[in-house]
Write a protein of this length. Structure first.
Lengths: 95, 255
């Protein structure tokens, strides 16, 4: 019960913070690479250039991310199952 | 045969699957392309080359360590694979930080260094950063060396050092893992500030720029570093509850 209360509070405050941020701030939520790294680079006359392989065209980047997500989920799940087998499977293996 | 080997005896038969690890990681995990990585073209060529030169010995050391440890415990490669995938996803997953109105990501290198060692963490970080630069417009190829040094070398070694120090002084391990996550994150951004200031500022204005960049990172990274510490401690607790034998093997240097 204590864990449920703690988890509930954590989720509540995370959602509250996110909601406040999204509704109250007018920020466009840039990454710190854009907000900090590239800003200082531009001020020093070293603006970033386009990536050598630039998938940021139309939905191409979205496609790459989705593809990466599908494959990555499989890879992570596979090794997770190797290391943390379900208890029934672990028991069957040890038998 | 070790106790951990007996627990999953057929793992040795699955070695043929492990060469799939690196190409599989190429496609691992999604996220929009905003990050703390130094973008393509920002660093002048001599500085980009210097950071590659700094990163390469650590990478070679890590590859040597990977080869040396690969023949041992059968849990080693799955652990490296899982940690590698986790570092990849964590390091390109932008998290909105309401206190700053910006997004940034955690690094995952502190916990990774505890689980697989700091030099191997440099290797998996290098793979993750290279894949992000190649396919996800995330970071850059010319700035890869600098990004490896900040996230891989500085993040992993600082996190591991603070963890060992915490254990040495007798602090609870959760505290050590929390501090490892925290300092790995903060050190990564401190070194990024150092790299940018070194290459972009003149000798006279180096200190001013270093402090300015560091201060600009703070509103985002201070809370995110604490969050990373909490996540790291939570992950450690999960492993301790589910596989205490794995943690013992790690601490004894078996895995």
């Amino acid at each position: 019960m204590k864990k449920v209360v703690l988890a509930g509070m954590l989720i509540f405050f995370l959602i509250l913070g996110l909601w406040l941020g999204l509704t109250q701030l007018k920020s466009k939520w840039p990454g710190v690479d854009e907000a900090v790294v590239e800003r200082f680079a531009r001020e020093s006359n070293r603006p970033p250039r386009d990536p050598y392989i630039n998938p940021d065209r139309g939905d191409l980047l979205l496609f790459f991310f989705l593809l990466a997500g599908v494959a990555g989920g499989f890879v992570g799940g596979y090794f997770y199952r190797e290391l943390f087998p379900p208890k029934s499977t672990k028991g069957a293996r040890n038998a | 045969m070790t106790r951990t080997t007996r627990s999953i005896p057929n793992l040795r038969k699955r070695k043929f699957r492990y060469p799939l690890l690196v190409p599989a990681m190429i496609l691992a995990f999604p996220a929009p392309g905003q990050a703390m990585h130094i973008s393509e073209g920002i660093l002048p060529a001599p500085w980009a080359g210097l950071w590659f030169a700094v990163a390469l010995p650590f990478l070679a050391w890590g590859l040597h360590d990977l080869k040396r440890r690969s023949g041992g415990d059968p849990h080693f490669k799955p652990l490296v694979g899982l940690v590698g995938a986790a570092v990849f996803i964590i390091s390109c997953l932008p998290i909105p930080v309401p206190t700053a109105g910006t997004c940034s990501h955690m690094c995952g290198t502190g916990l990774a260094a505890i689980l697989i060692g700091p030099v191997l963490t440099v290797v998996i970080t290098s793979v993750a950063l290279a894949l992000q630069a190649l396919f996800l417009a995330h970071g850059g190829l010319t700035t890869l060396g600098a990004n490896i040094v900040s996230m891989g070398v500085a993040g992993a070694f600082s996190g591991y050092a603070i963890y060992r120090l915490s254990v040495w002084i007798g602090a609870p391990k959760y505290v050590g893992v929390f501090l490892a996550g925290l300092f790995a994150d903060w050190c990564t951004y401190a070194v990024t500030s150092f790299e940018l200031a070194s290459s972009l500022a003149g000798v006279d204005s180096w200190k001013t720029m270093f402090l300015a960049i560091g201060v600009a990172f703070m509103p985002t990274q201070l809370p995110l570093g604490i969050f990373e510490g909490l996540i790291s401690a939570g992950a450690y607790r999960f492993i301790r509850n589910r596989r205490p034998d794995l943690l013992r093997a790690i601490e004894e240097g078996v895995a």
